[in-house]
Design a protein around this ligand. Structure first.
Ligand SMILES: Cc1cc2nc3c(=O)[nH]c(=O)nc-3n(C[C@H](O)[C@H](O)[C@H](O)COP(=O)(O)O)c2cc1C
Length: 308
């Protein structure tokens, strides 16, 4: 019995549910294409801002046994430059190209999204873990009203599907997810990195130049599972969810799918295992689905809710 690996995601058709997460290998067309050749079902670019950003000073990344701490500071060449990479990636890729955009105001997100679509993006992902100028150091994703306004503005400026990528650093992720849906989001993506800090005991200083960073990898996986579970409980199948966070092997991916994810993003695992992670993880998911007697990968989405 063969298993169907295709996944439908708000009009996008993915050959399999594994998506290159934003910020890892997504900074040039050739890296995006390499992820596609390695077996990804779709690829997401690094988050692109209006102006080029050099990011924070080194050190910007710190490896832990249980994950990665990073504060890159949204280093990217800006949309004027990146449009060329998007055009080239679109020409070469045979899978959906998702452009991640980052800003601070609704109009800024709307303008970036429109330019990304014009350059060839098949969907736009809104990175809502960006500094909120008026918000005393909080991310835009903390404010449900602002999230709704951002998504609404973007929906008014593009025709392609709009993905809202939620921050886990909030008290109630469902409230923010619902605000994104009210604004018209076609897909929810959960989660971005978890705000964290590591201090070096010899120098007695935080290890990152920015002091605070975003934690990814195995340490955050149970947080991602909880967030996806809560979101699915609230929205069911009405809006598909992409689960991201600490997917290192097929079990982690299946867990997110059982919690409610229709597709799964992979980031830190690519640092640890390289691009072969896509094929290895997909094979494991397919075997599991087959053993469980299903014919379709999408059949396991949300199943944990039936058994809880
Ligand atoms: C080095 C690094 C850079 C990242 N850059 C971005 C980014 O530009 N935009 C974004 O939305 N998420 C970014 N992320 C977050 C990832 O897309 C993902 O949500 C998070 O790392 C959790 O997944 P993982 O545990 O599989 O890495 C970054 C993560 C890492 C490790």
């Amino acid at each position: 019995m063969s298993v169907h690996t295709e996944v439908a995601l708000a009009g996008l058709r993915l050959r399999n549910p594994l998506i290159l997460a934003s910020g890892i290998l997504g900074s040039t067309a050739s890296l995006l294409v390499r992820a596609g050749s390695a077996g990804a079902g779709a690829v997401t670019t690094k988050s692109i801002t209006k102006e080029p950003r050099s990011g924070f000073e080194n050190p910007v990344i710190y490896e832990l046994e249980y994950g990665l701490l990073n504060a890159i500071g949204l280093a990217n060449p800006g949309m004027d430059f990146f449009k060329k990479e998007l055009k080239r990636a679109k020409q070469l890729l045979r899978i959906p190209l998702i452009a991640s955009v980052a800003g601070s105001r609704p109009e800024e997100y709307a303008d970036l999204a429109a330019r990304a679509e014009e350059a060839g993006a098949d969907a736009v992902e809104l990175n809502l873990s960006c500094p909120h100028v008026k918000g005393m150091g909080l991310d835009v994703g903390h404010d449900p009203k602002l999230v709704r306004e951002i998504v609404e503005a973007v929906k008014g400026s593009v025709n392609c599907p709009v993905l809202a990528k939620l921050s886990p650093n909030v008290t109630n992720i469902v409230e923010v997810g619902k605000a994104a849906i009210d604004g018209g989001a076609d897909v929810l993506v959960a989660i971005n990195t978890v705000r964290a800090m590591v201090i070096d005991v010899d120098s007695k200083k935080p290890v990152l130049s920015n002091k605070y960073g975003g934690l990814s990898g195995p340490a955050i996986h149970p947080i991602a599972v909880r967030c996806v579970y809560e979101l699915y409980e609230a929205v069911g199948d009405t809006v598909p969810i992409i689960g991201v966070g600490g997917v290192m092997d097929w079990r982690d991916a299946v867990e997110l799918m059982l919690a409610g994810a229709r597709a799964v993003g992979i980031g830190t695992a690519l640092y640890t295992y390289g691009l072969k992670a896509f094929k290895v993880i997909l094979k494991g998911i397919v075997n599991y689905v087959k053993e469980q007697g299903f014919r379709n990968l999408m059949d396991i989405t949300g199943l944990a809710h039936k058994y809880s």
